[in-house]
Design a protein around this ligand. Structure first.
Ligand code: ADP
Ligand code: MG
Ligand code: ZN
Length: 495
């Protein structure tokens, strides 16, 4: 390894290893459920296979392979003729077999890529490989942190949950880029229906980071493989969120810069992100591949997957859908982005847009509905089975049977808070649009009852008209249209 001159400028280089839990009903090599029961006891969602008992055999879950093929298609990866499984041997208490079933030299996805935008600049991040493996169990360090714990509890309920490990090329040049990548990756996985971002620990990141001397970076930003090999890097483990990745990397970059500034060398090592303290701490010198004694899993035959790619469809992906929304519905970039943020939102919008003018549908879904949901920390999935009610609400507004103000500020909010349908709220709150006779009468009364405001208006005080509009709105219980009331008042006062 080369000694890096302390005075030289460096470029930040980052590569990610992202572990995502795939959404399947059962674990990857046994029939145990992947879905935790409420308050389930430790070590109950297990069987001889995921406990690694002698003689228990793995059976590969087809649904996990299908999910992996979908991911492969979405990242434009090569899917080989056959894919195989290997044992990665190491001892750790969360690993009952003392090896992890994973993939080695024939992973199911090879050389893909993901396009994203960073500060509205397009970027392509290379994906070296993406492979299937089993999640280990989980450890609970009694008394808090891994360092201060008196003892550690092991729970194998998670053991055997299907994981996909997605390994990127060292293509990132800043922590912010990794954050954009993780957001994009999650979005794509959500569209594919293979991932649940709300599940605890469903995405975990190891981040590799090094400082490459500026002299090894070509003018176009490329760095040769040799130069990447030549520097020592830290692998930061235990990152569980996008924000965590950005923070851990920012910390680690500063730490490495300080090491170089003092004229010391960066160690090749594995470090642990301590989220509570906001620091990375050294765990061990980094193990090499040979330490794992990878060998073929003899209990799982090679799997022919080359023709799965054609047979397994994937839905329209976020970028394509965003483009189509702009073209087909004439939406601006911002609305198109909002309305494609998840597949569920996009589906909901398209259902509403079938019945109305796209602009009206966009305003109601993107601005009103998503805004109110967001405020309540609810998601579109909480209301997607109430599409009919929502459509009726928009229809009432479109047909002038309900004012926009009442629809937005009363009916929609009550629909979400009380779970009522729009008609129930309208009846209860008496929100039908006032008929013209009622409005006329209220206008006449406002003028008769407020001679001071009338003379102020005639004296040129424009504010007085707002006061009178307010009186009419109050009289009609908010069911009149303020613009129309304003017009009627002026007609009478000026006439
Ligand atoms: P290992 O098997 O030791 O984990 P890999 O070669 O498989 O190493 O790479 C693991 C990760 O390290 C990949 O995400 C890769 O992009 C990243 N990586 C490789 N070289 C560098 C480097 N110089 N700086 C930062 N990350 C790197
Ligand atoms: Mg690694
Ligand atoms: Zn099991």
């Amino acid at each position: 390894m080369s000694t890096q001159a302390a005075t030289e400028e460096h470029t930040v280089v980052i590569g990610l290893e992202v572990h995502v839990q795939l959404e399947t009903d059962t674990k990857i090599f046994c029939g145990c459920s992947t879905e935790p029961e409420d308050d389930e006891d430790p070590n109950t969602r297990t069987c001889p296979t995921c406990l690694g008992l002698p003689g228990a055999l793995p059976v590969l879950n087809e649904a996990a392979v299908e999910a992996a093929v979908k991911v492969g298609k979405a990242i434009d990866a090569d899917i080989p003729q056959t894919t195989t499984f290997h044992r990665k041997n190491y001892y750790y208490p969360d690993l009952p077999k003392n090896f992890q079933l994973t993939q080695y030299d024939a992973p199911i996805c090879q050389s893909g890529e993901l396009e994203l935008r960073v500060d509205s600049e397009p970027r392509t991040i290379g994906i070296t490989r993406a492979h299937l493996e089993e999640d280990p169990g989980s450890l609970q360090h009694a008394g808090g942190s891994i360092e201060s714990a008196t003892h550690t509890l092991v729970n194998y309920n998670r053991a055997g949950t299907p994981l996909m490990e997605i390994v990127t090329e060292p293509d990132f040049r800043s922590p912010a880029e990794t954050r954009a990548f993780l957001a994009k990756l999650e979005e794509v996985l959500e569209y594919l229906g293979v991932f649940d971002p709300t599940r605890d620990g469903s995405l975990r990141v190891d981040a590799n980071v090094s400082l490459v001397p500026e002299s090894d970076v070509a003018d176009d930003g490329t760095i040769t493989g040799d130069a990447l090999e030549a520097v020592n890097r830290a692998e930061v483990k235990n990152i569980s969120s996008h924000k965590g990745a950005e923070q851990a990397l920012a910390y680690e970059i500063t730490r490495q810069e300080n090491v170089l500034r003092r004229g010391r060398e960066i160690e090749q090592e594995t470090r642990h992100w301590d989220e509570g303290r906001g620091v990375t701490v050294s765990m061990r010198s980094k193990e090499a591949e040979k330490d794992y004694r990878y060998f073929r899993e003899a209990d799982l035959p090679a799997l022919e997957v080359s023709d799965w790619k054609e047979q397994i469809p994937i839905p329209e992906l976020p970028d394509a859908r965003r483009e189509r929304f702009r073209e087909e519905y004439g939406l601006d970039r911002e609305s198109a982005s909002k309305l494609t943020s998840t597949k569920a939102v996009a589906d909901f919008f398209e259902d509403v847009a079938e019945a109305f003018d796209p602009d009206l549908a966009a305003t109601w879904v993107a601005d009103n509905l998503l805004g109110e949901l967001n405020y309540r920390e609810m998601a579109i999935t909480d209301v997607e089975d109430r599409l009919d009610e929502f459509t009726r609400l928009v229809e009432l507004v479109a047909d002038d049977e309900l004012t926009v103000k009442n629809a937005e500020e009363v009916v929609l909010r009550e629909m979400l808070d009380a779970g009522e349908d729009p008609e129930t709220v309208i009846d209860r709150e008496g929100l039908g649009v006032a008929d013209s006779g009622e409005v006329e009468a209220a206008v006449a009364a406002a003028i008769d009852d407020n001679p001071d405001a009338v003379s102020d208006y005639h004296g040129g005080d424009e504010g007085a008209i707002n006061f009178l509009v307010g009186q009419v709105m109050q009289e009609t219980g908010g069911s009149a249209d303020p613009g129309q009331v304003n017009g009627l008042l002026r007609e009478r006062l000026d006439g």
